[in-house]
Design a protein. Structure first.
Length: 127
């Protein structure tokens, strides 16, 4: 069974129901299983200013998710990514987390992630 790491932008679009129908359906199946997040995604989600209801919904989502830490293997992949392509460190950590754990990254950030060496990637807008 395919395992997925979900990026911040997709979670935000999922919560706001702004993904296309096929992308929403795909994300429903991903989120029905235990969602996997990078610790970077957790930080970004928690830093967003929003109303109390949305903030609680995000906190509940994170509680129900598996948050993957930065491990020595993630650091090695992150360094390789940053040396190979000009990607900001947070995005490189997210990609490296997916690579190190053999997950497919779900994101709407084709610019930084599409074609990245060793990364399995899917954009829910293109499903």
């Amino acid at each position: 069974m395919e395992r997925y790491l979900t990026d911040t932008n997709v979670i935000s679009d999922y919560f706001s129901a702004s993904l296309p129908a096929s992308g929403l359906q795909f994300m429903d199946s991903v989120i029905d299983a235990v969602p996997n997040l990078s610790i970077i995604t957790q930080i970004v989600l928690l830093c967003r200013k929003t109303d109390d209801d949305k903030e609680q919904r995000v906190k509940d989502f994170i509680t129900d998710s598996e948050v993957l830490d930065i491990t020595p293997e993630v650091i090695i992949h992150c360094v390789d990514i940053r040396r190979d392509k000009k990607v900001k460190t947070p995005d490189a950590i997210i990609a490296a987390t997916a690579i190190a754990n053999d997950y497919t990254l779900i994101s709407n950030n084709d610019k930084d992630f599409k074609g990245l060496k060793g990364l399995k990637y899917i954009n829910p807008y293109g499903i």
